[in-house]
Design a protein around this ligand. Structure first.
Ligand code: PMT
Length: 412
């Protein structure tokens, strides 16, 4: 049996398609969770004829995602996020129908869509009648998927529910778990050499800061952390060791990053300085420029004397501090500029004032959705010119920025 210790803390998105073997997936969920794996499930329409959504929900202790067109599901967890916020996608049982749709690149239900949209490894556990498995179409689909990197466990040979004998039985839950553990172990031992940012350390700031007024109230802003977290993940994907210093967000920690959670600007600065030395610093956080001078350590009361006056005092500037020349200055310091007008002019001036190397300018005027939204339209301002990128998902902005960082270090 493979070593299952590697499974603790991993996130699996389990796609349950419609086959009699779906009942084994319930046991699979239970056994994965016993090993510390977080399991989130997508149940196809046909899958729901074999196992009930309630059973899956009870075992995963999470929402069961079923419908591509569910407004509630989409607003809580878009299908792209669903497919990315996992370390591995497991399809069990993988029916002939779903394998065919995966091979054809179809996106006609939630299961097929997440499988098409994912950037994570996919493991399938085929289960079907022996003739269906041996059919040239299924064999060709499976071969095509494997040539694209999809991994397979089973099917096993034996008596089938339809009383025929041969290969087609879904692998047993423990065999699937062994295959999952082996896949993660392979990943952990894959040398990172060859990735362009291997050996580089990046510090990334993300999210808002919360500046206390009293023990229960604070000053904050609308940053969700989506842009900063995506940048941390993108740099890690290119091999960098990433320290993400994050203000309070509702996002999960990105895979492969070491995350320091802070609340205030002063804590963010201390965490960034503690993380040095670094080759790269990217300041995507929306840091409060001011904090309350002498925040109360007791809850402010309505005592009839009218509203309290809040005196503000300036917070340290993290970007300017990291950019200051000196031995500890990261080689490449990238700031962001959140502007509501004259974006390029203000951002260019900000680059000079703060002393960073590059600045990523974005328009945060009302209606742009830049704060909190999923897309961003940015301009990358460097000493030698400005590139204006089209509107794209924040993940794509992050990938492109990480590639630019990698190119910068390529010759060094
Ligand atoms: O989090 P999201 O919802 O995904 O939204 C992304 C974003 C809009 C927050 C992000 O793209 C962005 O623009 N981040 C910078 C926000 C900001 O505070 O901009 P600024 O123009 O006020 O500050 C300029 C730079 O100085 C930024 O790099 C900021 O991190 C940094 N700064 C600001 C103040 C301060 N006290 N310390 C700093 O380091």
């Amino acid at each position: 049996m493979a070593d299952h210790a590697i499974l603790a803390g991993k996130r699996v998105l389990l796609v349950i398609a419609g086959g009699i073997a779906a009942y084994k997936s319930l046991d699979l969920i239970r056994r994965l969770r016993e090993r510390g794996v977080t399991v989130r499930a997508v149940l196809t329409e046909a899958g729901a004829r074999f196992v009930t959504p309630l059973s899956v929900q009870a075992l995963t202790e999470d929402t069961v995602y079923r419908d591509l067109w569910s407004l509630t599901d989409e607003s809580e967890m878009g299908h792209i996020r669903l497919s990315r916020e996992a370390d591995l996608l497991v399809v069990a049982p993988a029916t002939a129908n779903l394998l065919a749709r995966m091979a054809a690149g179809m996106a006609d239900d939630l299961a097929a869509t997440v499988l098409l949209a994912t950037d994570k490894p996919v493991l399938v556990a085929p289960a079907m009648n022996v003739r269906m498995w041996q059919h040239a179409a299924t064999q060709a689909n499976m071969a095509l998927l494997e040539s694209r990197g999809v991994r397979r466990v089973g099917p096993n040979e034996g008596v089938m529910a339809c009383n025929e004998y041969g290969p087609g039985r879904m692998a047993e839950p423990m065999e699937i778990i062994d295959a999952i553990a082996a896949l993660f172990a392979e990943d952990a031992h894959r040398p990172l050499a060859g990735l362009p940012l291997t050996g580089r350390h990046a510090v990334v700031t993300s999210g808002p800061t919360h500046e206390p007024i009293d023990p229960v109230r604070y000053i904050a802003n609308r940053s969700s952390g989506k842009q900063g977290h995506a940048i941390a993940a993108a740099l890690a994907k290119l091999g960098a060791a990433v320290t993400l210093v994050s203000g309070p967000t509702r996002l999960p920690d990105p895979a492969g990053c070491s995350v320091v959670h802070i609340e205030t600007a002063r804590e963010m600065l201390a965490a960034c300085e503690a993380a040095l030395p670094a080759d790269i610093a990217v300041c995507a956080a929306a840091v409060a420029d001011w904090r309350v001078d002498g925040a109360s350590d007791r809850k402010l009361k309505k005592d009839g004397g009218g509203p309290p006056t809040l005196a503000l005092t300036e917070n340290p500037d993290i970007l300017a501090t990291l950019s200051r020349p000196g031995e500890r200055r990261p080689t490449l310091v990238v700031g962001f500029a959140a502007e509501t007008g004259d974006v390029l002019a203000y951002a260019t001036a900000k680059r000079a004032r703060k002393g960073c190397d590059w600045i990523v300018a974005n328009d945060v005027s009302p209606g742009t959705g830049t704060f909190g939204g999923s897309d961003n339209t940015v301009h990358l301002i460097r000493a030698d010119g400005t590139e204006s990128w089209p509107t794209m998902p924040k993940d794509a902005v992050a990938d492109r920025l990480a590639e630019a960082v990698a190119e910068h270090f390529a010759g060094k």
